[in-house]
Design a protein. Sequence first.
Length: 357
Amino acid sequence: MSRRKYLQLGAGASAVALAGCLSSGDGLVYLCRGGVIEDAEREVLQEWEDENDIDIQFESAADDSAMMEQISADPGGYDIVTLAPYGLALERHHPDYEDDDYLAELDFGEVPNYEENIQEEWRNADFLQGDDKGMFYHISNQGLAYNTDELGEVSSWEDIKDPDLDGEVSLFDSAPTRFGQACAALDMDVAEVVDDLGDGDEEPFEQVMGEVAEQHQNVYQYWQAGDQFMQDLREGQATVASAWGGRVEMLARDEDVPVDYVIPEEGCVSWSVAFSIIEESDMKEEAYDLLNFIYEEETATDLVEQHYYPMPLEGDHEVMEGRFESLDADNVVSFSWPHIFGAIDTIEEEFESIKHG
């Protein structure tokens, strides 16, 4: 694997949390990521709703798998969605979705604020290449959060293996994520490991899953939703947890929880998010207008101030300083998702065996 810091990856399956069962006839239906991000969007985007006399109907899902399941089940019921690289890859490459166009090819000319205000290196992020179905939204990485009252410093994946942390570590319940984090820890390329497995060379794959097993030793639970690891950090049940930087920053700044956030020196999964418009939406014009509003500098900085996930705007912005996430697009490494989907059953089976073995 490249020695750049992050590895683009996406969520595994977990429970769906619905904000409501609404149709596009009730307004512009936005399938969002929930939690603190949804809270910020509801408040900041109220101005656009008032100006345009259009209600945004928010529905939330826990992860990209759930989002694609909902869209495929009712492709005319949504207008706009935020997907991580995994969700975009599902739509492009997964056999359940690849034969249908659920996401529209975007007309970037309809969103001039995007090209004017978002840094080109992020607009050209690897996970957005290959088609024009996504507009970069915000940066998100899954590093490690830790209790600063209990630990002096965490800097490496090796640190979560410390025997003193037995029963005090919480990690994300996603087989591809755990596989990616282990590859990062071992400085191994995900695609090469999977290709070797397909060619009959099982040793690299076994080495990676061995690392997954080592990182499992101190785990007392695998979380499925971000609110879960936040509660455990808040209550002191978790000393170390894999975590989204924005949510950890909210705990530290707004709730004065004794936590800090680190991207391990070996690297970690990056889970940045993009906006997409649903192909069967009958409100594409309104969706484009909403996106153009979101990419206005004032709107973008208002969002970041409230949900803590940085949007890579051109120029200097005080609100972006000191964020818990990297603003360096050169540190992002991408998956070859067709490779991963070819081995996902094996990865998930091995992960389940480790969890319950």
